[in-house]
Design a protein around this ligand. Sequence first.
Ligand SMILES: O=C(O)c1ccc[n+]([C@@H]2O[C@H](COP(=O)([O-])O)[C@@H](O)[C@H]2O)c1
Ligand SMILES: Cc1cc2nc[nH]c2cc1C
Length: 326
Amino acid sequence: MNTLTKPPGSLGRLEELAITIAEMTSDEFPTVTPPGVIVFAADHGVTTEGVSAFPQEVTAQMVKNFLTGGAAINVFSKQISAQLKIVDIGVATDIEGEDLISKKIRNGTANFCQEDAMTKEEAEKAIDIGFTQAEEFIKKGVKCLILGEMGIGNTTTSSAILAAISGKDVQSLVGFGTGIPKEKIVHKQQVIERALKARKPDPSDPIDILVKIGGLEIAAMAGAMLAAASRRVPILVDGFICTVAALIAKLIDSRAANYMIVSHRSVEPGHKTAVQLLEKEPLIDLGLRLGEGSGAAVAHPILQSATLMLKEMATFTSAGVSDKKY
Ligand SMILES: O=C(O)c1ccc[n+]([C@@H]2O[C@H](COP(=O)([O-])O)[C@@H](O)[C@H]2O)c1
Ligand SMILES: Cc1cc2nc[nH]c2cc1C
């Protein structure tokens, strides 16, 4: 790093990032291209409690939008020349589409205020499907894995999971999600508090957390992250829901966190706690709160700059530039 034609440290976090990616990949001159994006979609039974600004059917409608290329993640995936896979892991209604990967485990989770969100078999199956989808991508040559999700109600699920893992007050972890009105925030908070009291997930047991208060797309993202980590492929983590999935992956195997880069800081207030628990620092803060993997896709060119700098810059010797005097 210090032989390249720049004052040492002058490329700031890009220098750290390049070294981190070299360590992750065990490659002195790593590459993060081509990137691959997987969006896992699923519904959440807890939406019946009135915790989202949008109706549940938007999950399926947005999946159709992904398939016809009209969503933000389509635009940004194209921008970074990423392959994009859309996986139905548990959308409440049936969706058809040639390009859809149909891996539906059930028609959305159960309302975790009343019963467990899913069975142990379903949680493990979702992790396994995520793992396999990522593994297939990596076998095809993907060098950086971007994960995204679509699921109306999943900020409630993610806040519940984060409250269970962190032991923090629910109040500090709840946000507006897709944009609920201010007066609905206390209700959302109470729904989560009620669920945690009724379900009592074991904070040290990631499967128990998923079974009691989880989401199918969260389980699948965690599984995909474990696959990428086990193949030494850098993982670009998206916003709040994706970072909570990263915490589940870390609980399953703490080494997985060594392969994660948090792309951006989400507007959701709980994201700060999630990122701290992951012991990471987001690369950018653009005030994003969309999901779909959109923030991670937007940040991918930063990883590209870091790795290309390492690979393509001249050294002081090769360029005949005088090195540092002091
Ligand atoms: O990624 C984030 O930080 C993020 C923050 C807020 C909302 N979202 C997206 O919005 C949906 C969940 O919001 P909600 O209000 O229905 O819980 C889901 O489809 C997420 O992809 C995503
Ligand atoms: C329109 C819309 C698009 C989304 N993408 C991810 N979550 C979303 C939620 C809504 C409501």
